[in-house]
Design a protein around this ligand. Structure first.
Ligand code: ADP
Ligand code: ASP
Ligand code: MG
Length: 822
């Protein structure tokens, strides 16, 4: 025999019930054909939302308020299903039975209102109407085609104690009743109300919220079913709660132990006690999707196949409180935890998690928030003496916390699991408030701030399920030349990264100086301009940063494509919020050394990345080469560099009988210079780059330490307009001619070179001979030569185009892909 259970959503509407009917028919047929016999048991939940609605009505009644409208709506909802799914000739009978139930419920609610009293016992009776209504309805629908349908009020089958709201089942008695009924009707299609039972006085009880799963398991265990199917609204038991972790995926198989641990720690897909009755008999429990019946779902069984992942799943309890008890008087006194446990057991306070410091100095207990204050009071009473004598400090309660648990039977044999867990949390700036590892080692639980839970779940999921993709959440600032190009490059390369690097780049916010836009699901990159236009709000840098922080997404990266000093002011705050930065903006690294140092410290402390390859030489691998040399144990003795395309071009061309001012004009005509060529020739930008290189080489250099010899004479620098500048430059021709002549007479060429020699930085005009690597430089290339103990005789040279939106954007892109790679 098989047992099928349909949850609230499956029973939620005429449409979904139609689906349920189709599934039941198919299963009844399949069961027969497979030789499982004719009998089939179906357990139904109340229609979705009904149990809550009933509780709400009861509480309204208790307060003397009206509930009639809600009751009417409840009736209409059921009637409407009957009208849709029951043939006219059978409708009356069905409607009448439902009406009787509704009337009974109404009388009960009136009673509650008259007495202004709602006991736990009465609340259970009120809640029972949800399952009684839905199952009555389902039985009528099925009976049209199947005369062997038998409606079962589970109060006749499931016997419990009188702990209303969460009754304990007396299994032996219940099994006997179930078997008796089933044996009497071996071919029946039983339609059984989930969730409810009755005590020895025949008072209605309930098995705890979500308890219909448990009813199905009890029936299954009683009849030694071949299989129990839990039909719900997801494809199976997933690696994590799919409402929070979008990348969660359904598991093919999972063991009883794993499913129990996960459900105990919040995986709502199955009610925690459900598996207890079936474990001994090893009855497989299959989770399936009513709305996707072709999908095989998840099989819960004794031994589940390994699936190549380190853990089976992650779950969480959204809202818990911690109670902390500490004091010197606890050390070595084994009685204290014993007393605590019996106290809590006596008072029916469920301990979700407990940790004790190995010093025995403190015990931390997690409970549901509803129990926290009561638990604190009870502890204060129980340990009154110890408190008075200061052997124990007054208990402290901490609220707004969550528990995240990773679960898997393989965890026992696997090393480094906690390391992986904590590094995923640490990298994302998530503080761990408490840790517990069950002695079973099937589970490691951590307590985190509720505010961090979603981020923590996603980060941990990314870390453990390598099959799944890693997502970088990108906050994007600047849509100028480089910014635009980079967005285009990312859009073009999205699929490649996903396929080859399992990397999803999700741009979740874009801002420029005018507008900003946010979308946690990702902004469509192929049409970001329209998107920004349509959904944008006025830009505000402060607000952008605030929202970025409050979105609190895992693997967040801030991309700064600007050249703004304002933006740089926020860097430290961004790092301390555990957000990485990728930027081509060199202002940050080249201002005061103290700021540079603060960035580095924050990056180290918060475990984030800070990549700025494009600060020097655009897309050329200059900074990465420098870092690679350093991490591999080399030392930077000397750097020589030409780090301005304009300056490079001008001196590379300044030879023979060409005049200096002519070449400057030519460079401008070719688009190599800023609108005012002095912005390039002043060397300020060059100097910033040299500073960054010197600092990254390990030297604390300030701008004022740089010895800089300007290329241009005073008269040129002072000229009020660009035209006046050219005029002054022509007048200075003789000066440049003389320099060139002298160099040429010695077989040399002029090059404006930045030099960093053991921490001393200068930028000057040099005359160099053919033995120098910069002698043969042509065009507008950048060039840099590193002299190190390893590259002493022949320096390591990097050369290539050091400007342009395409190559710069590509450099930022390469940095972005590296985020979180270590
Ligand atoms: P039903 O009404 O069918 O009993 P529930 O709402 O009780 O359904 O349980 C199914 C829901 O559990 C899913 O819709 C899903 O949102 C949630 N859920 C939480 N954790 C998990 C998980 N690990 N796997 C699958 N579903 C989960
Ligand atoms: N209807 C009950 C509840 O909402 C039982 C269940 O759906 O499993 O808790
Ligand atoms: Mg459920």
């Amino acid at each position: 025999m098989k047992v099928l259970k349909f949850g609230g959503t499956s029973m939620g509407s005429a449409e979904s019930i139609q689906q349920v009917v189709t599934i039941i028919r198919a299963q009844r047929k399949a069961s027969r054909e497979a030789g499982y016999g004719n009998g089939l048991a179906v357990v139904a939940s109340a229609m979705s939302g009904v149990t809550n609605q009933l509780l709400q009505m009861a509480s309204q009644a208790e307060q003397g308020k009206e509930f009639e409208q809600s009751l009417q709506q409840l009736q209409d909802r059921h009637f409407q299903v009957v009208h849709t799914l029951v043939e006219t000739r059978y409708q009356n009978q069905a409607l009448m039975e439902l009406k009787l139930l509704v009337n009974e419920l109404e009388t009960l609610l009136h009673g509650i209102r008259a007495l202004r009293e709602l006991s736990a016992r009465t609340a259970d009776l009120v809640m029972s109407f949800g399952e009684r209504l839905s199952t009555t309805m389902l039985a009528h629908i099925l009976r049209q085609q199947d005369p062997q349908v038998l409606y079962v009020d589970a109060r006749e089958w499931i016997k419990t104690d009188s702990h209303f709201g969460n009754a304990r089942v007396q299994t032996e008695r219940s099994y006997a009743l179930i078997c008796q009924a089933v044996n009497q009707h071996p071919d029946a299609l039983f339609c059984i109300t989930g969730f409810i039972g009755s005590d020895e006085h025949r008072h209605t009880t309930t098995l705890g919220r979500g308890g219909s799963d448990y009813t199905a398991a009890l029936v299954g265990a009683a009849v030694q079913a071949d299989e129990i199917q839990i039909w719900t609204d997801v494809d199976g038991f997933m690696t994590a709660d799919p409402r929070i972790v979008k990348k969660a995926f359904p598991l093919e198989e999972i063991s009883y132990t794993e499913a129990m641990e996960l459900s105990y720690f919040g995986a709502k897909v199955i009610y925690p006690p459900t598996l207890i009755p079936v474990i001994l008999q090893k009855i497989p429990v299959v989770i399936r999707n009513t709305f996707h019946p072709e999908f095989p779902g998840t099989v819960i069984r004794e031994k589940a196949k390994r699936n190549g992942t380190l853990i089976r799943g992650i779950s969480s309890i959204n809202h818990i409180s911690l109670i902390n008890i500490q004091g010197g008087g606890m050390v070595g006194k084994s009685g204290i935890s014993g007393r605590l446990f019996s106290l809590f057991a006596r008072e029916n306070i469920n301990i979700i998690l407990i940790t004790q410091a190995s010093s025995e100095h403190s015990i931390t207990i997690a409970v549901t928030p509803a129990h926290a204050e009561k638990a604190k009071r009870l502890i204060e009473q129980e340990f009154e003496l110890e408190l008075a004598t200061r052997k124990i400090e007054p208990p402290e309660v901490e609220h707004d916390l969550s528990i995240l648990a990773i679960v898997g039977e393989n965890m026992r044999q696997t090393k480094g699991l906690s390391g992986k867990l904590f590094s995923a949390l640490g990298r994302n700036g998530i503080n761990v408030v408490a840790i517990a590892q069950g002695s079973s080692e099937y589970n490691i639980s951590v307590v985190v701030k509720q505010h961090d839970l979603s981020k923590a779940l996603n980060a941990v999921h990314d870390a453990f399920f390598i099959r799944t993709k890693k997502t970088l959440h990108v906050f994007y600032l600047g849509t100028g030349n480089i910014g635009k190009t980079l967005l285009r490059q990312i859009a073009e390369h999205e699929d490649y990264l996903l396929e080859n690097r399992s990397l999803k780049i999700k741009v979740v916010a874009i801002t420029n100086t005018r507008q900003m836009v946010f979308n946690e699901e990702g902004i469509p990159l192929k049409c970001w301009e329209n998107y920004l236009q349509e959904h944008g709000e006025p830009a505000s840098l402060d607000e952008f940063i605030r929202r970025m922080k409050s979105m609190n997404l895992p693997n967040s990266v801030f991309i700064d494509n600007s050249a703004s000093a304002e933006v740089v002011k926020h860097y430290e705050e961004i790092f301390t919020s555990s957000i990485s930065i990728v930027t081509c903006n060199k202002i940050g690294n080249s201002s005061e050394y103290s700021l540079y140092k603060r960035f580095k410290d924050a990056v180290k402390k918060y475990g984030v990345d800070f990549f700025y390859e494009t600060n020097v030489g655009a897309g050329l691998p200059i900074i990465s080469t420098l870092h690679d040399l350093l991490v591999s144990g080399d030392k930077i003795l000397k750097i020589e560099a030409i780090l301005s395309g304009t300056i490079s071009y001008i001196f590379n061309e300044f030879k023979g009988n060409r005049h200096f001012h002519e070449i400057v004009r030519e460079a401008q005509a070719k688009g190599y210079t800023e609108p005012d060529p002095r912005d390039d020739l002043s060397g300020l930008d060059f100097m910033r780059k040299m500073l960054i290189l010197a600092r990254d080489s390990g030297y604390a250099v300030e701008m004022s330490d740089v010895e800089m010899e300007p290329i241009l004479p005073e008269s040129c620098l002072k000229a009020p307009t660009v035209e006046a500048f050219y005029k002054a430059l022509e007048e200075a021709d003789e000066h440049f001619e003389a320099l060139k002549k002298k160099a040429e007479s010695e077989g040399k060429v002029l090059r404006y070179i930045g030099v960093m020699d053991e921490g001393k930085v200068s930028i000057k005009l040099h005359a160099i001979d053919a033995s120098h690597p910069f002698y043969f430089l042509t065009g507008s290339d950048n060039i840099i030569a590193f002299t190190t103990p390893r590259y002493r005789d022949c320096p390591l040279v990097v050369k290539g185009p050091g400007a342009g939106a395409e190559v710069t954007a590509a450099g930022v892109f390469a940095d972005l892909v590296k985020v979180g790679a270590q």
